[in-house]
Write a protein that binds this ligand. Structure first.
Ligand code: TYC
Length: 95
């Protein structure tokens, strides 16, 4: 019989999508991006944007690896298309 103790399933490693501040991307654009790709309401998106503006970076959301990577791609593509230097990245959440 198989050992039950060896069957434990770990929850997946989660990744946070971190957005970085810059001096050129308009605040309004960042708020729209956070609303659109991270499903935040206007007030929450504005708070996250202001935190990034003041602290240099901020977490927009926490996802599994593939979803986080897709969010990064979407943000970078939207920023590039709009001609803004907005940067974001994903990093593993400390467990
Ligand atoms: N610092 C930018 C400005 O003053 C606004 C900004 C906020 C840019 C957040 C990027 O991730 C960012 N226009």
């Amino acid at each position: 019989m198989l050992e039950r103790r060896t069957q434990k399933v770990q929850p997946p490693q989660m990744y946070q999508v971190v957005m970085l501040n810059d001096d050129y991307t308009p605040m309004e654009f960042v708020v729209v991006v956070i609303q659109e790709y991270f499903n935040k309401d206007l007030e929450t998106a504005t708070q996250i944007m202001l935190k990034i503006h003041l602290d240099g970076k901020g977490v927009c959301g926490v996802y599994t690896k593939d979803v986080a990577a897709t969010k990064v791609d979407q943000v970078l593509e939207a920023a590039h298309k709009a001609g803004h230097p907005l940067q974001c990245l994903c990093e593993p959440v400390e467990s």
